[in-house]
Design a binder for this molecule. Sequence first.
Ligand SMILES: Nc1nc2c(ncn2[C@@H]2O[C@H](COP(=O)(O)OP(=O)(O)OP(=O)(O)O)[C@@H](O)[C@H]2O)c(=O)[nH]1
Length: 353
Amino acid sequence: MPLKPFIMLDAMADLTSLDDRDALLISLGISLQEIFDLERVDFYHCRPSTEHPQAVWQIKKTLSLANGEIQQAWQWRPQNTLNSDSADFDPILKSALSDLNTAESIHFRLVRTLKMNDQPHVLIDCQGKHLFKQTDLRALQGMTRIYENHISLLKYSETDTLTGLLNRKTLERHFQKIMGSQEKTHAISIEDASAIEENNRRSQQEDDSYFLAVMDIDHFKRINDQFGHIYGDEVLLLIAQLMQASFRSGDYLFRFGGEEFVILMGPQGESSAIFAVERFRERVAQTTFPQVGQVTISIGFTRLLHSEVLSTVLGRADEALYQSKSNGRNKVTIAPVDTLNIHHPVNGSIELF
Ligand SMILES: Nc1nc2c(ncn2[C@@H]2O[C@H](COP(=O)(O)OP(=O)(O)OP(=O)(O)O)[C@@H](O)[C@H]2O)c(=O)[nH]1
């Protein structure tokens, strides 16, 4: 197969114009198929396993392009856990992938790792009927390097430099994405009778939804005034680290402003989301911050409804946060939503208004 430099240049120009991670991978997959005449391309996300020592990785197949179709999946599959104590991830992965995917028509396969911050992040499994030549390998390497550089720049531009959380300007995009996936679930349930049944069964069992919490450090000005801005910054950083340790990896964590944070949570049942924010409030209150001592936070919490805009949801959560502040701080307040079936507080620090 001769290389197709113009298609490759077009592909790279398309790739570097995107900022949505899923769209980026789809664009890369389509380009790889076209340039290397592949039968299929599978993408796997990988991360170090939290339940195991460091050398163990989990992978999940997130995207498949084959026969003109694109399939996406999101669930981590613990059975796809790999043992790896090698810095070179590819050979181990290759054998693991051959267990996962053994289509008969595939003759040649090439597995590559995409890295983010020097860690394996995405694995590409390219499969075709033609032998990969040395020039193909060089071209693929060049394309993956451009992808990695683009992802690093994107990540840098989306991150709050002090805390490492997502910055404010990315909130709208993540919110839109969540809203999009809610609408998609809804659309599927209308089209497909068995999906309706399944959806109803799931919502009866789990009442899955998305939630937004706004969180503000109490009397932060006093902390700055009493201990100085360096210690104030240290508190912000430690709170961000507590957030990362407390919330699920699928939740989005933002530093929204000076001492204000936003958490986009879900999908999950309402009681589990309330439990998570309340547990976080308690964890902060029980932490001793260097030099500063005790710090508390106030939280406003709300469910996301279909087709809502971000400003409406933020307004509702902010109102609830204001109530938490007015009622003595160190509290979680749940904002009422018309269609919301409000649960009663699980303890005295949660309020409804
Ligand atoms: N150290 C530090 N302080 C910041 C940063 N951004 C904002 N601040 C400070 O955060 C403080 C926020 O104070 P206020 O809005 O009055 O709120 P508060 O003192 O937390 O009082 P309540 O919210 O009512 O509990 C101000 O003193 C800001 O200067 C930052 O990045 N680092």
